[in-house]
Design a protein around this ligand. Structure first.
Ligand code: PMV
Length: 343
């Protein structure tokens, strides 16, 4: 199995409503986007597999045959997403690491080896495998922002649209075909610092900030209701409701202190073209979403995109509700993706 290439893709995602509020136990609605990231693991023709982690100065090469010597049931011994102490000992041996005192770099090597073996031996992922991918993705999120709600990793793993609250999630059964414009302001921000900023504002002004969070919760619920209604009994007015919800939430997020002049600019530019936008995710820069309702004049969308790119932003038109993390056969991919991956 280790001799075959592995092709995996994961969807991009956005939070439609509920960012920040979700950290305080409120509902968030998140959707997977039809913008995917691909990963290709290809064993080299010389029977070796190599690991290159340039940021921490690690370059290692192992014989695939050496890795295959590990028990075939090696990974079945543990019951969680983390390796057992026995598995760790075996991995250290294969990786050529000392038995005691593995540093941070060594831990990174062990994490790679464990995931490589866990992923490469599978032809299909079971529900349990997806749980495991979700848990590992959550650990990655923790590195980036300390105490994440878990909504981002969940929607990227399972895809579609998720209602998420306090670790509990449910998929929205059916979704209308919604087009959005995703704009990256390219302004860097720290999710950790922004989440901490909301927390301190909540502690400082509980009477003011609690109702904002409650209102965001109600916006998420109303959005979920309207999305359901759009499938059952579509009507043009539903898009107007979605636009109003976007506007209200954007103002709330500004009141929470997670806005940014670049996001104000994004909202102003799209509003000048009759479109409605809000930040998505942590705010403070980063990305915003704009609803593209059906029947919009093409020229209007193109003008808005041109004005946004003129400010140095990147824009992508995409649709919501993409599949979650998936394995692919090279033959099933579109030509541009195959070319980009060098297949
Ligand atoms: O900007 P992102 O994709 O990291 O999203 C952050 C979303 C927050 O609600 C602000 C934090 C969280 O953990 O849910």
């Amino acid at each position: 199995m280790l001799s075959e290439a592995l092709l995996v893709s994961a969807p991009g995602k956005v939070i439609l409503h509920g960012e920040h509020a979700v950290v305080h136990g409120k509902v968030a609605l998140a959707v997977a986007l039809n913008l995917r990231t691909f990963l290709l693991l290809r064993p080299q023709s010389n029977g070796k597999v190599s690991l290159n982690l340039p940021n921490i100065g690690i370059k290692q090469v192992w014989d695939v045959a050496g890795l295959q010597l590990l028990d075939t049931n090696f990974l079945e011994q543990g019951d969680g997403p983390a390796p057992t102490p026995e598995q760790l000992e075996k991995l250290k041996k294969v990786a050529g690491l000392p038995e005691d005192g593995v540093g941070t770099e060594g831990l990174a090597v062990l994490a790679f080896l464990y995931l490589y073996l866990a992923i490469c031996r599978k032809q299909r992922w079971s529900e349990e495998d997806l749980e495991s991918i979700n848990k590992w993705a959550y650990e990655g999120e923790r590195v980036i922002h300390g105490n994440p709600s878990g909504v981002d990793n969940a929607v990227s793993t399972w895809g579609g649209a998720l209602r998420y609250q306090q670790g509990k999630m449910s998929s929205l059964k059916r979704l209308p075909a919604l087009q959005i414009l995703l704009t990256n302001t390219k302004v860097p921000r720290s999710t950790k610092a922004l989440v901490a900023g909301v927390r301190s504002r909540l502690l400082k002004f509980p009477e003011i900030v609690t109702p904002l969070l409650t209102s965001i919760d109600a916006i998420s619920l109303e959005c979920e209701r309207v999305l359901g209604e759009m499938v059952a009994a579509p009507a043009p007015e539903q898009y107007l409701v979605l636009e109003e919800l976007i506007d209200m939430n954007q103002h709330h997020l500004n009141a929470l202190g997670v806005g940014h002049t670049s996001l104000d600019q994004l909202c102003r530019i799209t509003a000048a073209h009759g479109l409605h936008s809000k930040l998505t995710g942590a705010g403070g820069g980063g990305c915003g979403i704009t609803l593209l309702k059906p029947g919009l004049e093409r020229a209007k969308v193109e003008d808005a995109k041109q004005a946004l790119t003129g400010c140095g932003f990147d824009c992508w038109e995409t649709s919501i509700g993409a599949p979650g993390v998936s394995m692919h056969l090279a033959a099933s991919l579109d030509d541009p993706v195959r070319q980009a991956l060098g297949l």
